[in-house]
Design a protein around this ligand. Structure first.
Ligand code: SAM
Length: 205
């Protein structure tokens, strides 16, 4: 029930953060999406407007039903051709080496099994393919990281399963990805989700 409510308040809750910086970050990141693109945890579709017109195919994966309905509505509004798919990042209904770009924005904090999701991403990516990501992560400040640890459970319950203290880039590297990322701040959002990593990753060859 709470997840459904969350889907309705998601865009208003993010509005200030989107308009102060996140929208620009999405646009810059997604400029590099090419070929067959799969977005995991596409949510309400805040990335949709930023995809280049010349990508070959867009597959939007979203497991939560209310999010998926809003996503489908946004696909129509933007008059985009996209396939909306009910699936989890841990089990993508896609053949091996069939995808050029995987996109994950603010999702790897929420998936239940991020290592499994990263293995799936590596499986579906073609040689030379890339994961483009914006993720909020565990802080490099000891004080803020301690706050993230302390507030993990209440935040997780409020934010639909989001683990605010997850060291996502370290997980990517541990799962065999080469990562190039910059850090940043998700402005106008609670401090525990402010530390961001933005970049690209590819399975090491
Ligand atoms: C914080 S929202 C991010 C939505 C969107 N990517 C964005 O940038 O606004 C996290 C999304 O991940 C989805 N999600 C949760 N668990 C997932 C999983 N295991 N695989 C894929 N998506 C998942 C949620 O339903 C939700 O839509």
């Amino acid at each position: 029930m709470w997840l459904r409510i969350l889907a309705h308040v998601y865009d208003p809750f993010l509005w200030l953060g989107e308009h102060t910086s996140m929208r620009r970050r999405r646009r810059t990141l997604l400029h590099d999406a090419v070929g067959r693109v799969v977005e995991i945890g596409a949510g309400t579709g805040l990335n949709l407007r930023h995809y280049p017109d010349d990508i070959a195919e867009l597959v939007l994966v979203e497991p939560e039903v209310t999010m998926r309905l809003r996503l489908a509505r946004r696909v129509k509004q933007h008059a985009r051709v996209a396939h909306v798919v009910d699936a989890r990042a841990e089990s993508l209904p896609l053949p091996d080496a069939s995808v050029d770009t995987v996109v994950s924005t603010l999702v790897l904090c929420t998936v239940d099994d991020p290592e499994r999701a990263l293995r799936e991403i590596a499986r579906v990516l073609r040689p030379g393919g890339q994961l483009l990501f914006i993720e909020h992560v565990r802080s490099s400040s000891r004080l803020l990281a301690a706050c993230q640890d302390r507030l993990l459970e209440p935040w997780r319950r409020f934010a639909g399963g989001c683990r605010c203290n997850r060291p996502t880039v370290e997980l990517m590297r541990a799962c065999g990805f080469d990562v190039a990322a910059d850090d940043g701040a998700w402005r106008c959002m609670p401090p525990i989700v402010r530390p961001l990593m933005v970049g690209r990753a590819a399975p090491a060859v």
